[in-house]
Design a protein around this ligand. Structure first.
Ligand code: HEM
Length: 305
């Protein structure tokens, strides 16, 4: 019997694979399916214009945002430490930034992303073939970078108390017309909140939402939006890699987001946070993974409508 040809790694095939890994739950996002819509405000720092001329980052604006738990299963438990947490936000109308609780993606190319997902599609017993996953990981070690980052850290104990990353290298053009690459890091102002395994065991499957509501009421949900600055030779095309010495990079605070209220989920679910919605002053990252995000989100939206 001849082998079936491997399907091309198109954005549509990726969305199908994301859905299949989660067991094809209907009418939900292909990724980060569980989430909570919120509103807030953004205030720029006085240094934002050194990095970008984007009016989204240099002027105050209202914010629509969504916190989420990773994977395509809307019933995932908030105590699951194998999936990421997400934070998507829209500054005014013109810029959407999507971030997650890991600084790297799990695949360098689209072919690799599709193969990573396909190896994890559950079989008839509801579980992925662990031998297939092992073989794929051995042949593609960089696809473990994200999981290793997560495994080395404690469980996020609050959506308001964990750090989120934009992952890609974004070209930023400042008021003088100078362009350099930055990475977005969204850091909680109040403090990091994480849980030990014992503490996590005492938490309910939806504890993050309850925690969020309480902290919003207390005025505690604030994030600094940071730009990490590039250096010559940074691997800007490879989203599975951090930049050398990334944690000690020079960084500039672009501004601060304060989340002020919960919002009906319909306000976030009717459309997408679209990674390509970026006002002049922040360009599209040049890697092939970002290029595929252009249409993936629209395809997912069409499927869940
Ligand atoms: C590399 C960094 C990435 C980050 C930080 C990221 C982050 C996110 C976040 C936060 C969401 C939830 C959006 C929301 O709250 O509405 C999301 C959704 C989604 N992501 Fe990504 N993602 C990444 C890469 C990708 C890639 C490479 C693809 C596909 C090629 C992809 C496909 C999707 C899809 C299909 C959705 C659901 C969209 C919807 O139905 O609204 N993502 N992503």
């Amino acid at each position: 019997m001849s082998e079936l040809p491997t399907p091309a790694a198109t954005p549509a095939a990726i969305v199908d694979a994301l859905k299949a890994v989660a067991g094809n739950p209907p009418k939900v996002r292909a990724s980060f399916a569980k989430g909570r819509c919120v509103r807030g405000t953004y205030a720029p720092s006085d240094r934002a214009a050194e990095i970008t001329r984007s009016l989204s980052f240099t002027k105050p604006s209202r914010v629509l945002a969504r916190f989420s738990v990773g994977g395509g299963n809307p019933g995932v438990s908030d105590t699951n430490n194998l999936v990421l947490r997400g934070f998507s936000f829209r500054l005014g109308d013109d810029t959407d930034i999507l971030t997650e609780t890991a600084p790297v993606h799990f695949a360098r190319t689209l072919d690799q992303m599709l193969a990573f997902l396909e190896a994890r599609i559950p079989g008839a017993d509801g579980k992925p073939d662990s031998e297939k996953v092992r073989a794929f990981s051995a042949a593609n070690p960089e696809t473990l970078n994200q999981a290793k980052y997560v495994a080395a850290r404690r469980l996020p104990g609050s959506l308001a108390g964990t750090t989120y990353w934009g992952v890609h290298a974004f070209p930023a053009t400042n008021a003088r017309g100078e362009t350099r690459f930055i990475k977005f890091k969204v850091a909680p102002v109040v403090c990091d909140v994480s849980l030990s395994e014992d503490e996590a065991r005492t938490k309910s499957a939806d504890f993050l939402h309850e925690d969020l509501a309480r902290r919003i009421a207390a005025g505690d949900v604030r994030f600094n939006v940071m730009a990490l600055l590039d250096r010559p030779g940074d691997p800007i095309m490879d989203v599975t890699l951090r930049w050398p010495d990334e944690d000690n990079r020079e960084q500039v605070r672009l501004g601060t987001i304060v989340i002020t209220s919960l919002e009906a989920n319909e306000a976030c679910d009717g459309a997408i946070f679209n990674p390509v919605n970026l006002a002049d002053g922040i360009g599209h990252p040049p890697d092939e993974i970002f290029a595929a995000r252009r249409s993936s989100y629209t395809i997912s939206l069409a499927k869940r409508r």
